[in-house]
Design a binder for this molecule. Structure first.
Ligand SMILES: *[C@@H]1O[C@H](CO)[C@@H](O)[C@H](O)[C@H]1NC(C)=O
Ligand SMILES: *[C@@H]1O[C@H](CO)[C@@H](O)[C@H](O)[C@H]1NC(C)=O
Ligand SMILES: *[C@@H]1O[C@H](CO)[C@@H](O)[C@H](O)[C@H]1NC(C)=O
Ligand SMILES: *[C@@H]1O[C@H](CO)[C@@H](O)[C@H](O)[C@H]1NC(C)=O
Ligand SMILES: *[C@@H]1O[C@H](CO)[C@@H](O)[C@H](O)[C@H]1NC(C)=O
Ligand SMILES: *[C@@H]1O[C@H](CO)[C@@H](O)[C@H](O)[C@H]1NC(C)=O
Length: 630
């Protein structure tokens, strides 16, 4: 009996341990075999005893740690050919990055077994021989084999890669004709510095001429391909013709007038440019730096960038630190950068200042946030925690935040944010926040809802970011907190926000969308206006229409909807937290703003076309006669 218990105990213990230290055993062996048979100058700390998924540099596993899905070994001093039957056993691998090594030999034929490969990144090596047959990998998105010694022709099988977005074969010794690669998704192409002949096929004429430089292409393509929109025969040969004297005189006078106009234009241009520079102080101008430069030696290599499940981003900490970073904005919790990574991915990285929670608390909070997957929530991709540096990595949104869309460039040159877009922002944000509130058994709190934390997803709906950070940061000092204007009156410690205070902040966001005014702003003079108080005072005097953003008044038949949103917003910003609506109910009421009014509107009324400010696909727009979108 006792023995039985012991065995059972050992079995249980084993089960517990193997679930904690779950490791893809076969993939681990494949990697060890690879390392054993290739020369490498930088030592890789891959030990049999440690966990592949948690501690091997350059290796990323899937969420249940059953397979290796990414291998990134850039600049590891790998030399010689890739040993056969090693990496090819990583059959689940999606990202293979062996950039900047000295790997030689022909392209490993057994890579054909890596069926799930999406990113093949082998630039700056010494591969030679022919390119592989690409038809075996139909998931490939990025292929970069530049700066090697590949020769022979470009295989026509490239054109089978229907998901390809980037193809870089530059700086090789490829010869022969360029195949007709008609892939609509292809955005980046580089075939420069090879030995290609023939002509540039029609399907590739949309790429800039430098993509083909340094080849022996026939003269037909020697002229750079026509720019889009420019008729192909724009460069008409000039015919020599004798001109009569009056014509000459006309030309001289005309020329003088033209010169005068040009000079005048130039002066106006210069003047307005100087004015622009004055409007945008230096601190708002784009600056490119790398994160590494700013933080020098604060990054501890032993702390790894922690990725979340389903994240196929192809980078490691080194890549992230090396990436050129552009300051996107300075928020309450730190500076956000746009980091352009080499494998054609762009992410938003936030450097958190003053994290007060312990590493464990921080990790726990990030784990909850990382698990949230919703179309109206900006996914947290990865985080990094060391003593001196804390980073969170998010998706990057091209259009910028709702705050930038609403308040940016007021005045000349602004594209107004139309009512449809604002409605979709409100609907999306409501859905996102409601989903966040449903997490952690319905107790999770966002804690920092504001227009600069809301973005537009690919369908043009609001998408909420910066979740749960308030809880791990040092409390904001009262002046900063008050200045934000989104804080519910009962909140005295920003770490202790509640779902009801999130609802208050959401209400302020609705008022901001309606009025086009910041939550705290100044009028012409020095007077500081608190948006909620101001809306209350105006509405009390029954000047309701006066609160709406002037930009919105141009749209016909939306006033009822605006009044409805105003009512919802005001319900959210009531003083007593328990009287505020629940987020789940708000989703319904915000969605009904449109539904309720659809019936009343004559469908023949078309909305103004003067301002489509966001690239929402036509079909996805909420037309006056359509019902609420999905
Ligand atoms: C590693 O390099 C050494 C010296 O350069 C060479 O003798 C050896 O054959 C190489 N091993 C492999 C596996 O390429
Ligand atoms: C390849 O990807 C597909 C779809 O994501 C998945 O179902 C399959 O299991 C993957 N193959 C391997 C070997 O992991
Ligand atoms: C290919 O890789 C090189 C080296 O990392 C990089 O400079 C180049 O931009 C990449 N090409 C594309 C199309 O991304
Ligand atoms: C191609 O090689 C040349 C010379 O070796 C080098 O100057 C150039 O930077 C390379 N091009 C790219 C895109 O890396
Ligand atoms: C290009 O092709 C020509 C003729 O086929 C050959 O003589 C030359 O060596 C090639 N150049 C390179 C860089 O491969
Ligand atoms: C370029 O191609 C033509 C024929 O296609 C060939 O005669 C010529 O030698 C090539 N030039 C170089 C520099 O390879």
């Amino acid at each position: 009996m006792g023995k039985r218990m012991n065995i059972l105990f050992i079995f249980l213990l084993g089960a517990i341990f193997s679930s904690i230290l779950a490791d893809p055993v076969k993939d681990k062996q494949a990697l060890l075999d690879f390392l054993e048979h290739i020369n490498h100058s930088r030592s890789l700390i891959w030990s049999k005893e440690t966990s592949v998924c948690n501690s091997w540099i350059g290796v990323t596993c899937n969420s249940d740690h059953s397979r290796v899905i990414a291998l990134r070994l850039p600049g590891m001093g790998l030399r010689g050919p890739i040993p056969a039957n090693t990496l090819s056993r990583l059959s689940a691998v999606q990202i293979l990055n062996l950039r900047s090594n000295a790997i030689s030999g022909s392209f490993p034929s057994d890579f054909a077994e890596l069926k799930n490969l999406t990113i093949l990144y082998l630039p700056f090596n010494k591969f030679s021989g022919p390119l592989p047959d690409f038809s075996v990998w139909n998931n490939l998105i990025i292929v970069n084999l530049s700066n090697n010694g590949f020769n022979g022709g470009i295989p026509p099988s490239v054109s089978k890669l229907s998901r390809l977005t980037a193809l870089d074969l530059s700086n090789n010794s490829l010869s022969g004709d360029i195949p007709d690669v008609n892939i609509p998704s292809l955005q980046q192409l580089d075939l420069a510095n090879n030995n290609l002949t023939g002509i540039v096929p029609k399907s590739l004429e949309r790429f800039p001429s430098w993509a083909f430089f340094g080849n022996n292409l026939s003269s037909e393509n020697a002229i750079p391909p026509a720019l889009p929109g420019q008729p192909p025969n724009a460069q008409q040969p000039k015919k020599a013709k004798k001109l009569s004297e009056p014509a000459l005189l006309g030309i001289v006078i005309g020329g003088c007038v033209l010169l005068f106009v040009l000079v005048a234009l130039l002066m106006i241009c210069c003047h307005s440019k100087r004015q622009k520079e004055r409007e945008f102080p230096a601190k708002y101008q784009k600056k490119e730096v790398s994160l590494k430069k700013m933080a020098s030696e604060n990054y501890d290599k032993n702390n790894r960038l922690v990725f979340f499940e389903g994240c196929n981003l192809a980078f490691d900490l080194e890549d992230l630190l090396r990436a050129s970073a552009e300051v996107l904005g300075k928020g309450t919790f730190g500076v956000t950068y746009k980091a352009a990574l080499e494998e054609a991915t762009t992410v938003a990285v936030k450097r958190l200042k003053e994290v007060t929670s312990t590493k464990r608390e921080f990790e726990q909070q990030m784990e909850v946030v990382g698990r949230i997957k919703h179309e109206n929530v900006s996914a947290l991709r990865a985080y990094y925690y060391s003593k001196d540096e804390k980073l969170v990595v998010h998706d990057y949104y091209d259009l910028g935040s709702v705050s930038a869309l609403l308040h940016g460039k007021r005045g000349d040159g602004r594209t107004p944010l139309d009512w449809e877009t604002r409605l979709k922002i409100a609907i999306g944000a409501a859905r996102g926040i409601a989903h966040i509130h449903s997490q952690n058994s319905g107790k999770f709190v966002h804690g920092n809802i504001k227009a600069s934390n809301i973005f537009l997803n690919s369908e043009g709906y609001g998408c909420v970011s910066d979740i749960g950070l308030a809880a791990v940061m040092s409390p904001m000092p009262p002046p900063v907190m008050r200045a934000a204007g989104y804080r519910a009156p009962e909140v005295t410690d920003t770490r202790k926000a509640t779902q009801a205070s999130d609802v208050y902040s959401f209400g302020v966001l609705l008022l901001e969308l309606l009025t086009g005014k910041s939550p705290i702003h100044t009028t012409g003079g020095e007077e500081i206006v608190h948006l909620v108080r101001w809306v209350h005072s105006v509405v009390r005097e029954e000047w309701t229409a006066e609160v709406f953003d002037l930009e919105l008044l141009r749209y016909p038949n939306v006033e009822e909807e605006m009044v409805e949103m105003l009512q919802i917003g005001m319900n959210c910003v009531v003083r007593m937290p328990e009287q505020r609506p629940k987020m789940s109910d708000l989703v319904r009421t915000v969605e009904e703003i449109r539904r309720a009014n659809t019936g009343n509107q004559p469908s023949s009324e078309t909305k103004s076309e003067t301002s489509v400010s966001t690239p929402i696909p036509r079909g996805a727009e909420i037309g006056p006669s359509s019902s609420v979108p999905q």
